[in-house]
Design a protein around this ligand. Sequence first.
Ligand code: CTP
Ligand code: MG
Length: 167
Amino acid sequence: MPLSVWDLFLAFLVYFPAFAANGSAVFVRKGTPVDFNRRAWDGRRVLGDGKTFEGLLVSITLGTTVGVILASFLGPELILYGFVGSLFGMLGDMCGAFIKRRMGLERGAKAPILDQLDFVVCATLGLYLVGYHVNLLGFLFVAVMAFVMHVLTNRVAYRLKLKSVPW
Ligand code: CTP
Ligand code: MG
């Protein structure tokens, strides 16, 4: 599968709304927890205070808006990709939190790989369902970019005092 740099960049742009969504939730400092404060069978929170309805609303709205902007350059399908990528990305972020809580990790604790890739994997699934089939090289490129951007944005959020830990 010969892939040009442009193809990789296009794959990145399709995922960009999901990146924007994931990175914007941090601006929501407080809200109603998606798990309504409930605990799971292990006595720990189902998801924890870091996953709120407000966070979902802000991130999916922003991700979709980014998709609308990209659509004017790349075509109307970017609106759907933006919405679905953001929605599934944020669902993946909650799956990651669920797994972290079951591992006994508190909100905000570090979970390398899981923290960076939970939303990429789920966004890939959602995008696949609506007809965007990324190939392996494109996926790997996006995954590496997710890793780099996660580290950078979290450091910035920490500096801006939006997050209490730099990861
Ligand atoms: N956030 C939110 N709602 C979401 C996702 C994120 O309100 N659905 C906000 C929370 O304030 C969260 C911050 O964005 O603390 C950063 O998100 P993330 O790094 O994913 O959460 P963590 O604090 O690391 O919590 P967890 O360990 O559960 O991933
Ligand atoms: Mg986190």
